[in-house]
Design a protein around this ligand. Structure first.
Ligand code: GLC
Length: 431
């Protein structure tokens, strides 16, 4: 049977963003940062205060780090050695969902079940030691409103998490209560940070010369170090978690719209739904349904990576994957269209993400005197999805032109745990 491919060109056009479009996104993102910093109420960015600055690189000591932000949970015992060095002494990692066994992130799970599971992992990480005192840094990668470094209240679940009884709560209180239920009162949660903040702290500890930390993975979000000097507001300098995935001044196409309407939280996280690993496969699935009437298929961003990685003449891997997923007799000429579409979805994602980084630079250096610096990024999409880094680099040149050489994207791998340990070790910012 011949496949119907007439819709693909239109879909590719729908996902294409030219240079002017990404420059406009950078400018309107900057606008929202400026308004967020001044708290005018006009910004779609949450601009959450983190009550922490940048590390000196000299931090030392042994800390527990809890990394809670995706489908895998990690508890790590880390020794900070100063000079940007550290050692992982013990690591416990477990998925939050084991099909057929348990699922702590669905709407049927509750806060106590989730945090008891976490407390068990903490116990394992310290070999059941109930005598030694441990300070725990917690990387909690969801929008939380903070009043100090400890007190972080979950505003809203993102990334399709749905556990009951956590939204609106102080997450470290839930953790403390679970630790107390297990008689682990020697473990003291002291600091909560977002994963973007953890990436920034980790990169600043190891490399220095970095003001922006970003996650480009299941979810997407960016933070930066705000000195409040350009805004002339005289507030204490600290890292701001923008929750940039919630930026909503973006033109969306009909597939973005459909995805949004069928998500756990319609109208929330518009930018994230266009760019992050949790959603790119779904966008492709809605497109294939439109073209080939396949219904909604379980495509993931790993499938997109597989498609992008096939550079053979007959696209054998793409054909095989599509046949498995759709049950249709997909041939090379069909696969060519799907690959072109997947490339465009991934390319749009990379370009939108970079536009937000450039918006931050324009905010930080309004006179245009951008100093050379790193932008620290962690996450599977950045690290592993073919074409993404190249497209990001290209977009930096298109937007920043002669300033492009000032910015170097650097992979900060696994910064979540190191960042949490640093947050526990650092003196918080009051304010
Ligand atoms: C989601 C969360 C955000 C987190 C990001 C990356 O956007 O809301 O807090 O930083 O995912 O994990």
């Amino acid at each position: 049977m011949q496949m119907e491919n007439s819709k693909f060109q239109q879909m590719i056009d729908d996902f294409t963003l030219d240079s002017d479009a990404i420059k406009e996104i950078a400018a309107s993102f900057r606008y929202d940062i400026e308004h967020g910093v001044r708290e005018t109420g006009e910004s779609s960015l949450r601009m959450l205060k983190s009550y922490i600055g940048l590390p000196t690189g000299k931090e030392q000591g042994e800390y527990l780090a809890l990394d809670f932000g995706g489908t895998n949970l990690r508890v790590v015992l880390i020794r900070l050695e100063g000079d940007g060095k550290f050692e992982v002494l013990k690591k416990v990692a477990k998925p939050l969902v084991k099909p057929g066994e348990y699922d702590f992130i669905c709407a049927d799970a509750n806060a106590d079940e989730l945090f008891d599971f976490i407390a068990d992992m903490v116990e394992e990480a310290i070999d059941g030691n109930r005598d030694k005192k441990y300070l725990l840094g917690h990387t909690f990668s969801f929008p939380s409103s903070q009043t100090n470094i400890y007190n972080a209240r979950l505003i809203i679940w993102t990334k399709e998490f749905a556990t009951k009884g956590v939204e609106g709560e102080v997450v470290n209180d839930l953790l403390k209560a679970a630790l107390a239920r297990k008689n682990l009162t020697n473990v003291e949660p002291t600091a909560v940070i977002n994963d973007t903040v953890a990436v920034l702290l980790a990169a600043a500890y190891k490399l220095g010369n970095v003001n922006v930390g970003s996650i480009y993975a299941t979810g997407h979000n960016t933070c930066y170090y705000e000195t409040y000097t350009t805004a002339g507001l005289g507030k204490p300098a600290m890292v701001i978690n923008m929750e940039s995935g919630g930026f909503n001044k973006l033109a969306i196409n009909k597939y973005d719209y459909k995805l949004d309407m069928e998500s756990e939280k319609p109208y929330e996280q518009r930018l994230e739904k266009m760019v992050s690993g949790r959603y790119m496969g779904e966008l492709l699935s809605y497109c294939l349904d439109d073209a080939w009437h396949t219904g909604k298929l379980p495509f993931t961003s790993i499938d997109i990576s597989t498609i992008l990685a096939d550079n053979s003449d007959n696209l054998a891997d793409v054909c095989k994957l599509l046949q498995e997923k759709t049950g249709l007799a997909v041939e090379t000429e069909d696969a060519v269209w799907v690959k072109a579409l997947a490339e465009t979805i991934a390319c749009r994602s990379a370009r939108v993400v970079v536009a937000t980084y450039c918006g931050i630079m324009w905010h930080l250096y309004p006179q245009g005197d951008i100093p050379k610096q790193y932008i620290a990024v962690d996450g599977s999409v950045f690290e592993k999805m073919p074409t993404v880094k190249d497209n990001m680099q290209k977009a930096i040149y298109e937007i920043m032109e002669e300033d492009a050489d000032k910015l170097e994207l650097v992979l900060e791998n696994g910064g979540s745990a190191l960042g949490a340990a640093l947050a526990a070790a650092m003196k918080p910012v009051e304010g």
